[in-house]
Design a protein around this ligand. Structure first.
Ligand SMILES: [Zn+2]
Length: 276
């Protein structure tokens, strides 16, 4: 690994501590077809922003255009969607997430049917489906054309775009833009989050969820905990989520660390654009 490869994906610093040197695919990690003899990645924690980074060269730009769902869900998007949708509340990350977001929006005093939510990286679309049941208007973006076709046909979202925020154009502004376990898959999370500002209404907010590395390490280790698996370039904590928000031009209204029904450790934040 050269020095450039070791720069932090969040703050750009090279001031790091080695957390793990991993030379074998963890048992629970998705098999992305890396030959076992080539498998190697390093997990660093950076002192200046406190984020963790997974450093390797296996997952590159364009990776999520169809291939991710192929490997992860084997094209059975609709079956998987129904299975997750049907989880009882106590086992459903999505039902808790939808309640968390709905409760926050309700406190802003907007009638639900007038609230337009844009879910970025919507995947199976379970979260927009839950929000639609609660009366919100939902839109989504995903680089996987099969996921978007499913969102339109089965979830019946109000609008959808195949691609990313980089190629998204809209006259329409949104009251909520959500990034649920999305930004950790990107090497430029600050640049990407900044893009959301241009699509928000004047009172609009952003909701973010990211894997929580601190809690994962308290309850396990960097090899076996899924928060640290290869597809996450960055793994956060409350301090690094706040750093990300500030760098992208947002203030945090609320940041918290949770343990989800699926056993994921997660940090979430509600953000609003910083004025001036
Ligand atoms: Zn950093």
């Amino acid at each position: 690994m050269n020095a450039e490869a070791a720069r932090c994906y969040l703050c750009g610093s090279a001031n790091l501590t080695i957390i793990a040197d991993i030379r074998q695919k963890p048992e629970g990690e998705t098999n992305f077809g890396i030959p076992p003899e080539d498998y190697r990645r390093l997990i660093y924690q950076y002192q200046d922003c406190s984020v963790y980074c997974n450093v390797h060269n296996y997952i590159t730009e364009g990776f999520y255009t169809g291939r991710y769902n192929e490997a992860t869900y084997n094209h059975q998007i609709h079956d998987k969607y129904r299975e997750i949708r049907n989880l009882p509340r106590e086992r459903s990350d999505n039902k808790h997430r939808a309640e968390r977001v709905a409760n926050f929006i309700d406190r802003l005093g907007l009638p639900r049917e007038q609230v337009h939510v844009l879910d970025v990286g919507s995947g199976l679309g379970v979260f927009p489906a839950e929000l639609k049941d609660m009366g919100f208007q939902c839109y989504c973006i995903d680089p996987d054309a099969a996921a978007i076709q499913h969102a339109l046909q089965n979830v019946k979202v109000d609008g959808a775009h195949v691609g990313t925020l980089d190629d998204f154009e809209s006259e329409h502004k949104f009251d909520v833009i959500s990034f649920n376990k999305v930004l950790e898959h990107l090497k430029e999370p600050v640049r990407y989050l900044k893009k959301a500002r241009g699509f928000l209404t004047s009172q609009g907010i952003v909701y973010i969820e990211l894997p929580d590395g601190d809690s994962a390490l308290e309850h396990g280790n960097a090899v076996d905990r899924q928060e640290f698996y290869i597809e996450h370039f960055t793994i956060f904590n409350k301090a690094s989520l706040s750093f990300l928000a500030q760098e992208a031009g947002f203030d945090c209204l609320e940041v918290a660390s949770i343990h989800e029904p699926s056993d994921k450790f997660t940090v979430y934040g509600f953000l609003k654009p910083r004025v001036g």
